[in-house]
Design a protein around this ligand. Structure first.
Ligand code: HEC
Length: 178
């Protein structure tokens, strides 16, 4: 079961218990219609570093260039150097003496985050408008611009979570404290 479904199930159990306590005399509370699998799939977008939640499909940087140039370059520039401080997605340096420049290439520890983020939030002017195939392609291109994958390296549900990001060891795992 996906993480999102688990959360929804917990939320349903919690709200059912609440309704039972508060609406005990009404026959029907008129809560609308059940969510369909199709509707749910539009929000079931969590793709984690453990490889869980990746959709079918695949793509290479060579294919992703067309998607990037048409759908991303207006805000991130053709080379990824951005048009403002927060749109730089290529380059950067975590070892500089001044404030480090954090980008996908220099800072993000997992390639899965790039896929997850682009699929749910980009392009910023039309989020969720790319097909899964296009997301694989354009993520491959962003990683290629950062020198992380080759132009013809195929990204899919198996290969993408295994990509070693440059800053993978730059974080301290404190999940044992949770
Ligand atoms: C209309 C402008 C616009 C378009 C088009 C756009 N983006 Fe963005 N993108 C942004 C902005 C603004 C941010 C910074 C958001 C923030 O910091 O919350 C961003 C952030 C990002 C980030 C995270 C950068 C970071 O280090 O935090 C990635 C990756 C990204 N975009 C990829 C893409 C891709 C791939 C496309 C094309 C499919 C795309 N963007 C299209 C405006 C855009």
């Amino acid at each position: 079961m996906s993480t999102l479904k688990k959360y929804l199930m917990m939320a349903t159990i919690a709200s059912t218990a609440y309704l039972h306590l508060t609406v005990n005399s009404q026959e029907s509370v008129g809560l609308g219609t059940p969510v369909t699998e199709d509707q749910l799939s539009e929000f079931d977008l969590i793709a984690g570093p453990d490889g869980d939640g990746f959709p079918a499909g695949s793509g290479t940087a060579r294919q992703g260039k067309a998607v990037y140039d048409a759908r991303c370059a207006a805000c991130h520039a053709l080379t990824g150097e951005g048009v403002s401080g927060n749109t730089i997605i290529v380059g950067g340096d975590m070892n500089s003496e001044g404030t480090p420049l954090r980008t996908v290439g220099s800072y993000w520890p997992y390639a899965s985050t790039v896929f997850d983020f682009v699929r749910r939030a980009m392009p910023a002017d039309a989020p969720k408008s790319l097909s899964n195939e296009e997301v694989y392609q354009v993520v491959a291109y962003v990683l290629y611009l950062n020198g992380i994958v080759g132009e013809d390296e195929v990204l899919n549900a198996e290969t993408l979570p295994n990509i070693e990001m440059p800053n993978a060891d730059g974080f301290i795992d404190q999940s044992h404290l949770l």
